[in-house]
Design a protein. Sequence first.
Length: 312
Amino acid sequence: MNAEARVETKAKVKANAKAAARTQGRPVLGRFPLPLRVLGYALVVGLGLLYLLPFALQLITGFKTDPDAAAHPLGLVPTTPTTAAYQRLFGLSQAGDGVPFLRWLGNSAFIAVLVTAGRVLFDSMAGYALARLRFRGRSLLFGFVLAVMAVPGVALLIPKFLVLNTFGLFDTYTGMIVPLLVDAAGIFIMKQFFESIPREVEEAARVDGAGVFRTFWSVVLPMARPSLLTLTILSFQSSWNEFTHFLVSTQSGEYETLTTGLARFISGGLGGGTQYPLKLAAALLATVPVAALFFCFQRYFVQGANSGAVKE
């Protein structure tokens, strides 16, 4: 009887293992009956279309005329398609009432590239120092970094203005760029990744005669590629979409970026009327660089986001 029980138990274990193997790779919805799966997929598709609707309206409205956009704001087919809005944005309109969109675009690109490069460099160096170097006050310094992440950005607007004005950096490119070169969240991301790298790699480099900076630059930093790409995407996105800092650090139109320029445009600072096609076309073009960067590197973005989750 004991032998028969053991054989029966083994058969049940094998059957359960086969059933688990069959269901392991199946999607969650695939484990439900067909009507529930159809309802689930329909709900997902409906939510996806609802999410994409504002972007579709934004794209289509850019090819409408002002009267058509005002009369049919939710229409998905332009009555008389036209590229007049884009011509005005790029200075190709014969009416001479173009919007300084190219200047806004140039300022945003210039600032975003410099800020992104600075954050990738300084945040990675600071993260490595907090993760690997031993010095007095390291834990306290990291606590300050976490505290900065907890402070709302709005609370720093007046101190930022006072500091920039005191040092003569108000309404300059320097005042727009320098305060954004270091980011507490970026330091935290890089520190978490560097702590997941085995120390044996760095010890082998030091045995070969490499110093601290050479070990960081030639050995550790190339291994941090996923986190660096994640930091690059986040830094470019935040600097491209930055608004409040530019609002308190600039005053003249020469230094307007896409965010501050569009805000003034939408508030009626560049002409009257609704001008829905022109406003939505400008907003659409402002989102294209960030969206393109994210979709090109989204695979590395996910890897970098999970890189520091498990420590060796």
